[in-house]
Design a protein around this ligand. Structure first.
Ligand code: C5P
Length: 230
């Protein structure tokens, strides 16, 4: 059965012009991830503009605050009509439930980020005070976030299986750290190919440099989508 794993291209740039250039160059991609870099530079206008081009947006601002504040942020994201936005799973059950209530009746979906993959287990213990390894915390936080009302989870490709086992087949599982066999690894250490991520159960993959640095980004998009469909 062909997978229906979708592709999200990242718009990690400083200006509207660069963002629009990427969108035009990556013809064939339906989804774009706008994070704190572009959003803080260009504000909600860039989101409206991308949506106005007929593309879908994952707003990756990783909300983490008291439930009331996150609920207002979630309402704002839904009013912008983004398809997806992110919160931290560690914000807790009440925070995620408040976000869910705020987007009820809209087409906007909530993704929860479990443990940032930049953390080592030692840092989690010594700096965050979390006496669990990432491998223990990720499935626990994923299950809790979904039970609280998140529609999906963001995790590293090597955690897809762990997360799927924790949350079952329904929730979205979205993963960065993807590298097709033909592309450079850049600074990503624990990578996976699009095909393997799809096989492991990813609903969507987030890809940056393999598309952005390709001499023909539309060709990179085509190759990745072809691989996902295998
Ligand atoms: O260029 P690349 O494909 O590595 O970009 C991946 C995107 O996913 C970037 O926006 C990066 O910040 C994000 N990301 C990641 N690895 C994580 C978490 C987020 O690469 N563990």
């Amino acid at each position: 059965m062909p997978s229906n794993t979708e592709l999200i291209t990242v718009l990690d740039v400083d200006t509207r012009e660069e963002a629009l250039r990427i969108i035009e160059a990556s013809e064939g991609c339906d989804w774009y991830k706008i994070g704190s870099q572009l959003f803080t530079r260009c504000g909600p206008d860039i989101v409206r503009e991308v949506l106005g081009m007929g593309r879908k947006v994952m707003l990756d601002l990783k909300f983490y605050d008291i439930p009331n504040t996150v609920a207002h942020g979630a309402s704002a994201a839904a009013a912008l009509n983004v398809g997806l936005f992110t919160v931290h799973a560690s914000g807790g059950i009440n925070m995620i439930a408040a976000a869910r209530k705020a987007v009820e009746g809209t087409d906007t979906r909530i993704l929860a980020v479990t443990i940032l993959t930049s953390f080592t287990d030692e840092q989690l213990r010594d700096e965050v005070g979390l006496y669990e390894t990432a491998a223990q915390a990720v499935p626990r936080l994923a299950r809790q976030a979904i039970e609280a009302g998140a529609h999906g989870i963001v995790c590293s490709p090597w955690e897809i299986q762990l997360v799927r086992d924790a949350v079952g087949p329904e929730p979205l599982v979205v993963t960065p750290g993807i590298r097709p066999a033909w592309s450079s690894k850049d600074d990503q250490a624990r990578i996976m190919t699009p095909k393997d991520a799809a096989k492991a159960g990813a609903s969507m993959i987030v890809v940056g440099r393999p598309i952005l640095k390709h001499e023909n980004p539309a060709e990179a998009v085509r190759l990745i989508k072809e691989e996902l469909a295998q």
